[in-house]
Design a protein. Structure first.
Length: 269
């Protein structure tokens, strides 16, 4: 997961608005979103290599998401970052307590940014490339492959688009997907220098990424309103940003009410 845009207690209807892209090598085995057989309370996609996930939510209103922190010169950890999400979703720890426990073992992981939250409590953030656990206040946040709200061009574009969108009382999930489909690349003078070279910085500078071997594999929109109604939509892309398979899930916290799966073909150009 490499781009996350989040509005927390910033809209009159929704307590949480989250739109995120997962960027990964196309060949990495992955299961699309669904309720896990070995943990039926968890709704998430799944990495089939280490059995973790990049983003998920539970029936009792816990949610979490992770992104990698890009630093090719840093030591590689021996634990999977995707399990940070699944372990939180399985646990009963408060977000703050869970993050403090992760902080104690942070060196065992490659660079990561982790968001964990509870519907009726708090959202916490921690990166093992920073020092402290942060509890989020209400507002709009953006996260990619550096620290929370680092003003990379795509993070700034996504936050600006989300802020403009939620000025409306009513908006569609489709409008959030349009933010995630933004393939605009940053100008060279706006590119970060993360140690991967100019050409790769260009390729990875858009919200939606397409390269021959690596790119945006899926997009997810998660909405939780003030009454606890959850809407979770995931699009898994086939061979381009214009063609996908889509899973839709809707339930009330503590009471799952509907699951629907369909295929979609984009009319966007």
């Amino acid at each position: 997961m490499c781009s996350i845009f989040l509005a927390y207690k910033a809209h009159p209807k929704y307590r949480l608005i989250l739109a995120a892209n997962r960027d990964e090598f196309y060949e990495r085995p992955t299961a699309r979103a669904g309720f896990w057989q070995d943990a039926p309370e968890i709704l998430a996609g799944r990495d089939l290599v280490y059995q973790g996930t990049w983003l998920g939510v539970t029936g009792n209103g816990r949610f979490s998401a992770v992104t990698n922190y890009r630093d090719p010169l840093a030591p590689t950890g021996n634990l999977s970052r995707g399990n940070l999400v699944g372990d939180f979703l399985r646990s009963a720890e408060t977000p703050e307590n869970y993050l403090h426990k992760i902080q104690e073992n942070a060196r065992k992981y490659s660079g990561f940014n982790l968001l964990v939250g509870e519907f009726d409590s708090e959202i916490g953030y921690f990166s093992n490339r920073a020092k402290n656990v942060k509890i989020l206040e209400s507002g709009i946040y953006g996260l990619s492959n550096h620290l929370l709200d680092t003003p990379w061009r795509k993070v700034a574009r996504g936050k600006t688009a989300l802020k403009k969108l939620i000025e409306k009382e009513d908006f569609s999930a489709e409008s959030l997907f349009e933010i995630l489909l933004d393939a605009t690349k940053a100008a060279d003078e706006d590119l970060p220098d993360t140690g991967i070279g100019l050409e790769r910085e260009r390729l990875l500078s858009s919200i939606f990424i397409e390269t021959p071997i690596y790119g945006t594999r899926s997009s997810t929109v998660l909405l939780i309103d003030a009454s606890g109604k959850v809407s979770f939509t995931e699009r898994t892309y086939k061979q381009s940003r214009n063609s996908w398979e889509e899973e839709n899930f809707a339930f009330e916290i503590e009471k799952r009410v509907d699951v629907n799966v369909r295929n979609g073909l984009s009319c966007l150009i």
